[in-house]
Design a protein around this ligand. Structure first.
Ligand SMILES: C[S@@+](CC[C@H](N)C(=O)[O-])C[C@H]1O[C@@H](n2cnc3c(N)ncnc32)[C@H](O)[C@@H]1O
Length: 271
């Protein structure tokens, strides 16, 4: 492990200790909106056919020993030495853990998102989790074409017709998507999941580009907000934005809500 990665690991350990001291569960929450979100959605101990299919998807990519040639994009991909990688290794290093995949699916069915955008498809674990048995139409962006092709193959296998993968650099794809959306005044994203290029400036740039496409009930989810000191700075700027009302820091995620009827309030919650 090089010096930069050792430093990041140390940062994450300290950030996690701080999080443990500051965080609560539903008992520390007075907002009815957040209390309901925890008790009627995220903390529910149910099982559903969608969760079962997500488990099958998750296991399938984690056991897939085929190799593909990967083009590196964004921070975090430096852990690999060569460009030839096993799909199982990509799933393990870049993919969302099963527990969080289930949480994404719960959010989708609780809020009944209709339109969603994901930055960072990888092999499609989080896309599948968002889309599985939910009414959403999800556009997912990925820079590496071979990785995106693997995701598409699995989406076909799992009959996930509500996901559309677009291949290219985020900036370029976002500009063309947003230009098209702009011509349609009613178009908004109910969900945006930011899970690629975990660096301060790009994160803030994507956030600002997508802000005009949020509506009152939209949810923005930022992955890895404590991954580095600069990602924490980005998270603080996002929280301070005047359009942001409620945020939840769950350590791995930062959830952002725009509900104008709410007081501005920030929660730190164990999920
Ligand atoms: C952490 S992975 C996404 C994991 C996925 N959301 C999941 O949980 O299964 C991030 C992905 O974003 C892609 N990516 C990062 N920066 C990018 C950029 N600037 N343009 C296009 N793709 C990018 C990477 O190729 C990588 O596959």
């Amino acid at each position: 492990m090089n010096f930069e990665n050792k430093f990041k690991l140390l940062h994450q350990i300290f950030a996690y200790i701080k999080f443990l001291f500051r965080s609560s569960n539903q008992h520390g929450v007075h907002s009815p909106f957040v209390y309901d979100l925890l008790t009627k959605c995220l903390y529910l101990k149910n099982d559903t056919p969608a969760f079962q299919k997500i488990r099958v998807y998750w296991n399938a990519v984690h056991r897939d020993k085929k190799s593909i040639k990967v083009t590196d994009f964004g921070a975090g991909s430096k852990v690999f030495k060569s460009n030839n990688r096993k799909i199982s290794a990509i799933a393990k290093n870049a993919g969302i853990p099963l527990k969080r995949a289930i949480l994404l699916n719960k959010l989708g069915s609780y809020f009944q998102f209709k339109s969603g955008l994901e930055l960072g498809t990888s092999v499609g674990i989080s896309s599948a989790a968002i889309a599985m048995d939910n009414p959403i139409s999800l556009t997912s962006l990925e820079g590496c074409s071979e990785t995106a092709n693997v995701a598409q193959m699995y989406f076909d296998e799992f009959n996930l017709k509500n996901i559309s993968v677009q291949i290219g650099e985020f900036d370029v794809l976002l500009d063309s998507i947003l230009e098209k959306e702009n011509t349609n005044k009613d178009s908004r994203f109910d969900l945006v999941y930011f899970d690629g290029n975990h660096q301060k400036e790009p994160t803030l740039k994507y956030f600002k580009k997508l802000l005009p496409f949020a509506q009152n009930n939209s949810v923005f989810i930022f992955d890895d907000i404590h991954w580095s000191a600069e990602m924490e700075e980005a998270w603080e700027e996002i929280k301070a934005d005047p359009s942001v009302r409620v945020t939840i820091d769950s350590f791995y995620w930062g959830l952002v809500f725009f509900r104008k009827e709410q007081e501005k309030e920030h929660f730190t919650i164990r999920l």
